[in-house]
Design a binder for this molecule. Structure first.
Ligand SMILES: *[C@@H]1O[C@H](CO)[C@@H](O)[C@H](O)[C@H]1NC(C)=O
Ligand SMILES: *[C@@H]1O[C@H](CO)[C@@H](O)[C@H](O)[C@H]1NC(C)=O
Ligand SMILES: *[C@@H]1O[C@H](CO)[C@@H](O)[C@H](O)[C@H]1NC(C)=O
Ligand SMILES: *[C@@H]1O[C@H](CO)[C@@H](O)[C@H](O)[C@H]1NC(C)=O
Ligand SMILES: *[C@@H]1O[C@H](CO)[C@@H](O)[C@H](O)[C@H]1NC(C)=O
Ligand SMILES: *[C@@H]1O[C@H](CO)[C@@H](O)[C@H](O)[C@H]1NC(C)=O
Ligand SMILES: *[C@@H]1O[C@H](CO)[C@@H](O)[C@H](O)[C@H]1NC(C)=O
Ligand SMILES: *[C@@H]1O[C@H](CO)[C@@H](O)[C@H](O)[C@H]1NC(C)=O
Ligand SMILES: *[C@@H]1O[C@H](CO)[C@@H](O)[C@H](O)[C@H]1NC(C)=O
Ligand SMILES: *[C@@H]1O[C@H](CO)[C@@H](O)[C@H](O)[C@H]1NC(C)=O
Ligand SMILES: *[C@@H]1O[C@H](CO)[C@@H](O)[C@H](O)[C@H]1NC(C)=O
Length: 868
């Protein structure tokens, strides 16, 4: 069917809402594109006849069919079809599920360095990435090197990678594509631009991500001296991203489905979304796990959101969500510039530019500020500074404020520095914003050692000249600092748990500053950081485990989690002698050799104690001895730091939650058990949450049940619970109703589809910011009596129905809904001019949808509408 013109609903559903969008920075909905799952007895043709009967017209995009999913995605005429189409499609007989298609981002990761010459690898990176004899730090940290030494390579294991495509021409990736090659299978859904192509060739050279990820899994011997974790595995690459960073969710779903059809034992995807629409991905992911396939997903790099920040599909119950551990050094990129004193020859130094950055090529003498803590004016003694580069000394004021004094003396170029060697990022206010004084036109910062040398030389009477090259053109180099956080969790790694209190992430893996492959045209090698880099290494570890043990999926996951090593917490830069919360690290850093060689296999590897309302006190732990020696285990409890999710009297998760050394206590039915070869034992665990916690702040406590075996093997089972009530803190956040800009009423177009050019329309609009997830939320409109002119005090009149696309299920934490109403109801009628009110109704977490008392409701201010 061809799309044509304006679509009207022929039955009792209509086009009601002018626009719907999620907050900026979150995945965007693709207008008019829907992913449909068909009912068992139905297929594309019965759906097509449903569409025809309702006078819809749509173009088929991708058909997605396998034993776990039968559906397709369609492009409808996008302009008129709002999100309300969801309701219409969902009500069709042939339709089991329907989701709008949204853009999924690949996890954004930092590129630290790239190049082709092993001789040119910066010293700071060389130390950490190319140890002697091919000892690769991420492999040492996870014991992968010890499995390689035993001859394990992941041979016979198939791994599907859903990513940006791969440069398989790289000699370290076998140089070819197709059966018999390292990259044996693949699919390209997108091409370089966003054209829907269905091509089997996943070659890419415009994006580094997929090649880097593939190298982490399977790099062959190369001149840099490192290997992939599973160089013997067979790789399938499913390309879902164009040269840019986004992929529509229908394509991601199709790719996961294809990776499943192709019989991959492991599927890995370093991508995710935080909104309800990407939940479709979690649905298929769950079915893939149910078929015994291991899936590893990046936990995400947006820790800014605080705890309970779990993205889809990493949040899916049986997937392995992977967090990131720090590498041993922190590399950073500097721009080359030179300085000289008197007639001396130029000496290079490194710096970074800030914002604004109108440097160009500048060669000027340096003027060093004169500290005056009282006023923040370091330039009271300066003459005209137009022809100087100014070095601002760190003082009690913000750099931009102190530099206004330099700007008043005409300075255009300002450098500053911080306490540490790594130059701080300096960003000044937008020059167009209203400021009393003007600002410099170019700013930047220096390493501490460089700045202090300049200060000392200047104070001893030297005049220094700096020659700075335009940042766009300047040579760059990488320097590095020892990482005090080495071996601890990366600060960017997302924290769990899910809002239904499932434990996420599952495990953690080195993801900071990882050397791997780049497309040949981008140098062939590069260093990147992020949970995207941790995730493929996790997939590689599972491949080694499958090769070695070939056991049932649940056992493999339990083995990897229970043999992981819990990590201490890193408080800013200082390690503290307390275990990091399970919400941050999951089971800890994976230990591949221990997982392959463990003889004790636990039946569970993470225990959910749930919240106060649903506290599950006792849990049975079964341990099987699959070895040929008996093992005596000593059981103990190691508590991890507890944290308060909320600030006092707040409903939003704190970005940096307050941590407390408070621990649950655990009673064991037996604390020492001996298990004979081939036998099992069951130990009953009884938990008591830590006392004296403020339940209103949602205290998340956690720890590990440790089993120290007489054979030297140690298992740890994570546990996590909440003191507080998820039900009680469920809230609708700030639902904001905007007032009309002018006049008492909102002005809507008479015909909802036609606007008169010279009328300024304004729609009643509302924004819902839910700080926590909401399982189910409805938005209804009511009439209010005409005589009630004061807002908020009148009584509600007739219930007129839900506003499309509400009711909605499963709003993720921090999701935002913004909608505009044009006066149309679901049944096709337009309301009369008059006064109305919106009422929001949200189901509490763990609430029963059938029970009124499980909802919270909020009525927004009344408003008037008129048509023009
Ligand atoms: C840039 O500076 C670094 C550090 O001083 C130096 O090693 C490198 O050679 C410089 N690069 C160029 C192109 O001058
Ligand atoms: C700035 O310097 C760079 C590097 O020396 C040079 O390539 C470029 O042409 C210069 N730009 C201008 C406008 O002089
Ligand atoms: C500094 O000198 C330049 C000319 O070199 C002049 O345009 C500018 O107005 C002077 N600025 C101040 C603050 O005196
Ligand atoms: C916590 O308890 C609730 C209510 O029983 C349940 O729905 C939920 O699944 C539990 N959470 C987990 C992760 O088991
Ligand atoms: C990238 O690959 C395409 C397709 O093979 C090729 O035409 C193009 O020249 C390559 N780009 C670069 C910069 O090597
Ligand atoms: C016990 O296991 C070890 C290694 O797992 C193996 O070398 C040995 O042959 C086994 N012994 C018996 C009696 O099966
Ligand atoms: C084997 O395990 C079962 C269940 O834990 C236990 O009842 C039985 O005594 C064990 N057998 C031996 C020989 O220890
Ligand atoms: C939840 O709220 C109810 C009603 O205010 C209260 O009785 C209950 O103690 C609260 N639960 C928790 C765990 O704070
Ligand atoms: C808008 O334009 C129409 C026709 O161009 C004109 O008749 C009408 O007066 C205008 N209305 C306003 C409010 O300017
Ligand atoms: C407002 O209207 C309602 C019904 O529309 C009526 O019951 C009520 O008495 C009126 N109130 C006033 C103050 O007129
Ligand atoms: C649509 O619903 C509204 C509110 O319930 C009602 O007033 C109106 O008559 C209905 N229109 C149709 C065509 O059923």
């Amino acid at each position: 069917m061809a799309a044509h013109g304006l679509l009207r609903w022929s039955f009792a559903i209509l086009l009601g809402i002018a626009a719907a969008s999620t907050a900026s920075g979150r995945p965007q909905i693709v207008p008019g594109r829907y992913l449909v799952e068909f009912e068992d007895q139905h297929d594309q043709s019965s759906f097509a006849s449903n569409l025809k009967r309702s006078q819809f017209s749509a173009q088929l995009r991708i058909s997605i069919e396998s034993t776990i999913f039968k559906g397709a995605s369609y492009q409808f005429d996008s302009d008129q079809l709002g999100e309300d189409a969801l309701q219409a499609l969902a009500s069709m007989r042939s339709v089991k599920n329907v989701w709008p298609v949204s853009m999924i981002r690949r996890t954004t990761d930092d590129v630290i360095w790239s190049g082709s010459d092993p001789g040119a690898i910066p010293e700071g990176i060389r130390k950490q990435v190319t140890g002697e004899n091919g000892r690769f730090p991420p492999h040492i940290q996870t014991q992968v090197n010890r499995l390689h030494a035993e001859g394990l390579t992941g041979k016979g294991v198939k791994i599907g990678v859903v990513d940006t495509g791969v440069d398989y021409r790289h000699p370290a990736l076998g140089g070819c594509f197709g059966p018999g090659c390292l990259i044996a299978r693949g699919y390209d859904y997108t091409g370089d631009q966003d054209s829907l192509i269905n091509d089997l060739d996943p070659f890419v050279n415009c994006s580094d991500h997929g090649t880097h990820v593939t190298g982490i899994i399977a790099a062959q011997p190369n001149e840099f001296g490192f290997l992939g974790a599973a160089p013997g595995a067979e790789i399938g690459m499913y390309r879902v991203f164009t040269c840019a960073d986004e992929a529509p969710s229908d394509i991601v779903l199709a790719a996961l489905n294809q990776a499943f059809i192709d019989g991959n034992h492991i599927i890995t995807a370093s991508l995710g979304g935080a909104d309800r629409w990407s939940a479709a991905i979690s649905v298929i992911a769950q079915r893939i796990f149910d078929k015994g396939v291991i899936c590893t997903f990046a936990a995400g790099n947006s820790r800014r959101g605080g705890p309970f920040m779990v993205t889809h599909p990493a949040s899916s119950k049986d997937g392995i969500a992977v967090g990131s551990v720090e590498n041993s050094e922190i590399p950073y990129i500097l721009l080359n510039a030179t300085w000289s004193a008197g007639n001396s020859s130029p000496i290079t130094f490194g710096w970074v530019h800030g914002r604004p950055s109108a440097w160009g090529n500048v060669s000027l003498p340096l003027y060093v500020g004169d500290l005056d803590d009282m006023t923040c004016d370091q330039f009271s003694n300066a003459d005209n500074l137009t022809n100087h580069i100014v070095l601002l000394l760190p003082d009690i004021c913000r750099p931009w404020y102190s530099s206004t004094y330099a700007a008043r003396k005409g300075a255009k170029y300002v450098l500053t520095y911080g306490e540490g060697e790594k130059p701080p990022i300096v960003e000044f206010p937008d020059p167009s914003s209203k400021l009393e004084y003007s600002l410099p036109t170019a700013v930047g910062s220096l390493p501490y050692s460089v700045a202090s040398k300049f200060v000392t030389l200047t104070q001893s009477g030297e005049t220094l000249f700096l020659s700075i090259t335009d940042p766009e053109l300047a040579d760059k180099y990488v320097d590095s600092l020892p990482n005090t956080g080495a071996g601890f969790m990366s600060s960017y790694s997302n924290w769990g748990p899910t809002f239904e209190l499932d434990t996420k992430p599952d495990i953690s893996i080195p993801g900071g500053s990882i050397l791997s492959l780049f497309p040949l045209n981008q140098g062939g090698y590069g260093v990147m950081s992020g949970t995207s880099m941790a995730t493929p290494l996790a997939a590689g570890i599972f491949a080694l485990l499958i090769e070695a043990r070939g056991e049932l999926m649940t056992d493999l996951k339990n083995l990897v989690r229970s043999t992981s090593k819990p990590l201490n917490f890193l408080d800013s830069k200082e390690p503290v002698p307390y275990l990091a919360p399970v919400s941050q690290q999951g089971s800890g850093i994976a230990q591949a050799w221990d997982a392959v060689h463990a003889n004790g296999i636990p039946s569970i590897s993470k225990i959910v104690l749930n919240d106060t309302d649903h506290f599950v006190q006792t849990h049975d732990l079964t341990v099987k001895n699959v070895g040929n020696k008996s093992i005596t285990y000593l059981f103990s409890n190691r508590g991890a730091l507890t944290f308060y999710t909320l600030e006092p009297n707040s409903f939003s998760p704190a970005e940096k939650p307050q941590l407390l050394p408070r621990y649950a206590t655990v009673k064991f039915s037996e604390s020492v058990v001996t298990i004979l070869p081939g036998n099992t034992t069951i130990v009953s665990l009884s938990f008591t949450p830590p006392a004296d916690l403020d339940a209103s702040r949602i205290a998340v406590y956690s720890g590990f049940i440790t089993l120290d075996g007489s054979t030297g093997e140690r298992l740890s089972i994570s546990y996590q619970g909440v003191v507080g009530s998820m039900r009680n803190i469920t809230n609708l956040g700030s639902a904001i109703m905007k007032e009309p800009d002018s006049g008492p009423n909102f002005i809507l177009p008479k015909d909802p589809y036609t606007r008169t050019a010279n009328v300024s329309y304004q729609y009643p609009s509302y924004t819902l910011n839910a700080p926590f997830g909401i399982p189910y939320v409805d938005y209804a409109v009511f009439s209010v009596s005409r005589n009630a002119s004061t807002s908020g005090t009148s009584s509600l009149g007739e219930y007129l129905g839900s506003l499309p696309p509400f009711p909605l299920e499963f709003l993720s934490p921090l999701s935002q809904q913004r909608l505009k109403w044009n006066g149309l109801l679901y049944n096709g009628s337009r309301v009369a001019e008059g006064r109305y009110a919106f009422v929001i109704k949200g189901l509490r977490i763990f609430g029963d949808r059938e029970k009124e008392e499980d909802y919270i409701t909020q009525r927004l201010d009344d408003f008037g509408i008129e048509y023009l």
